[in-house]
Design a protein around this ligand. Sequence first.
Ligand code: ATP
Ligand code: MG
Length: 273
Amino acid sequence: MPEREKDKSRAKGKTTVEERAKPLIVAESLYKSFGDNHVLRGMDLTINEGEVLVIIGRSGCGKSVFLKHVIRILRPERGRMLFDGVDINQLNVRELTELRKNFGMLFQGSALFDSLSVRENVGFYFYESTKIPIGEIDEIVKEKLAMVGLSGVEDIFPAELSGGMKKRVGLARAIATEPRVIMYDEPTTGLDPIMADVINEMIIDLQEKLNITSIVVTHDMVSAYKIATRIAMLYEGKIIEVGTPQEIKNSQNPYVQQFVTGSYKGPIDVLEG
Ligand SMILES: Nc1ncnc2c1ncn2[C@@H]1O[C@H](COP(=O)(O)OP(=O)(O)OP(=O)(O)O)[C@@H](O)[C@H]1O
Ligand SMILES: [Mg+2]
């Protein structure tokens, strides 16, 4: 933020994004390969408490792979993944289970369990891992579905839902345990623009009302500009730029410019990857 604007916001008694920043999730020089495929090549990224950090980058560049490192579904060959200052790759199984309670995840393609009803999907954690009475789980499910604008769909199965409804059920499941962090993998992909914006508003709402920290992977630049506190671009295994939506829009980096304007012309080899 330019100094002049910082002065203005200080005069109003507000703090700037930088001043409020408290790092919650930190990736330090992560390296991850699958055979000869070197996906993450020294990736550094800090996600601050209460922000919506959007990750952009080409298909196949490692965005989903990164999300999996945040909750140790995958482990790096080198580098550290920190949550609240703790290296999560040093945790034992019990500590890892505790760590994961901080997270909700909306998977790419929603990843609902096809053989389970909406109720069983949303309440999955409670049925599986707690002794909460069924009646109380029903209430939690109803409340979370209401938060994503759905009601009366508890007994329906995923195959009967539209894409937008599936995303919302996936989101209800992600927020069911009231996590501190929600990770969204392409939350608006495949949705009509209006439903995409409904999802955008939900992400913003969860951040504003519940101070939830969000990591959002998306190709949808309309969504990215609308919801992001900051946007980070992943390219060739590294974060090549991080900034506010305005900073990213005005970026002088030709790789960032080409991506955000969606042009086939530029330094990125369009047929690679
Ligand atoms: N479990 C795995 N085993 C082997 N290769 C994998 C595995 N997971 C991901 N990859 C590879 O890692 C690379 C990055 O995959 P990733 O799913 O992170 O891409 P992405 O950036 O999320 O792409 P998209 O935008 O298409 O979802 C790809 O080349 C993919 O084939
Ligand atoms: Mg992906």
